[in-house]
Design a protein around this ligand. Sequence first.
Ligand SMILES: [Zn+2]
Length: 516
Amino acid sequence: MVARVTTFAFEGINANPVDVQVHMAGGNQPAFTIVGLPDKAVAESRERVRAAFRAIGLALPPKRITVNLAPADLPKEGSHYDLPIALGALAIMGILSPDALDGHAAIGELSLDGQLGATLGVLPAAMQAMEMDLRLICPEICGPEAAWAGDGNLAAPNLISLINHFAGRAPLSCPPPGELAASPPGLDLRDVKGQDGAKRVLEIAAAGGHNLLFCGPPGSGKSMLAKRLPGILPDLSAKELLEASQIQSVAGLLERGQLSRARPFRSPHHSASMAALVGGGIRARPGEISLAHHGVLFLDELPEFSGQVLDSLRQPLEDGEVTISRANRHVKYPARFQLIAAMNPCRCGGGAGDGRCRKGPRCAEQYQARLSGPFIDRIDLFYDTPAVTAVDLTLPPATEGSAEIAARVAAARARQAARYAGCEPSGRRALNVDATGQELTEFAATDAAGSRLIADAATRFSLSARAYHRVLKVARTIADLDASETVRRVHIAEALSYRRRPADADTTARSGVLAH
Ligand SMILES: [Zn+2]
């Protein structure tokens, strides 16, 4: 006889159905084996299930118990197989009626005393269960998370409560979904004194989804500005919210099933390992770039990140997802983030003494050379933040705060949404940053003076096709902020001002290599 319970194996944020088959046979050699590509945590299920049974006064029969996790070629990782294995064993021992588990899926880790503890990935599992028309049985603490996928799931504090539920003695109820956290208030651009130019470029970045690099001496407010970017971005849409929350669920970051409409903001330290940043590791986990999905990834002290780590961001910046190689397969995580980076002009900060580096221009050159060309190529906007002067500090508070800027960003995004509505392949955002060359030809028509200006610039700075398109995309966004369908000369001129000067364009201008 075989008892079957459905559970899930996670691959990226996909919950793939796994059939847990529990078989019991006679024989004089009692045994308990798990087969079907289990990892160490899954194999240890045996001990947890055995101890949990003992804790509630049950003993596994002295027979040969075999647990098969099918399909066998799908790797099984994690401790959430405890509950389905235990339920299968209860069914085969006759403690649950043979058909009790029909129409259910289960996920959860058992403690040695039979309690069910917090488990990763409940939200994607509940969504997949819903799709398969199954009720998900999960630990009580994860109930509010499961409830986001829909009604009808079961949240159980322990094994005994499930036995009582299926015996009809004490039916378990379905928990309501966790709270929808309001966007955190706090960080307002009104707090940043002066830096009008930097605020403007931040607004452009927010409006078109462009990647941005601030370069300036310490104390010029680079990170203060970057941290205020989520505050001028629109809230997550329902679809984005679910996607971002699934990643957080798999990473174990959804506390009490609380979801947030605010755009994620992740700022990993420059010493972060490759696995921490892009994902992976011994047990596959989403990295910072995936936790920043639909939000902002802020890299402070950009040249201090290892070159290898930065280069690994190139593909995700292009594709919106990251592929991690595992033992014998590739796992994909979504990673469509907006990159905001900040750096000092040189290693010593460039702000010493009277505000200049004392080691001379080579210091800045060497520091900035640590960023590879192909990486820098993914950045659309470059802005040198000037040092904050004493005069800036005496300025009255800015008249305009994040709310006013967010309204203009939303209006510019609405124009883009209308524009790209007809030509949207799946997964692509209706933002100028994602526009193809063909779409730019169609939608970024320039006036005569604008055409002349960009043609001049293309020759003078020998712009590559990629750089040319980048200028057009940024100009398109600036025109959108201006509520103009035509990209005019003034828009192109401003876009050109946010270009990075190529290193070899002017070897005499050495003070600010990233000058625009
Ligand atoms: Zn220096």
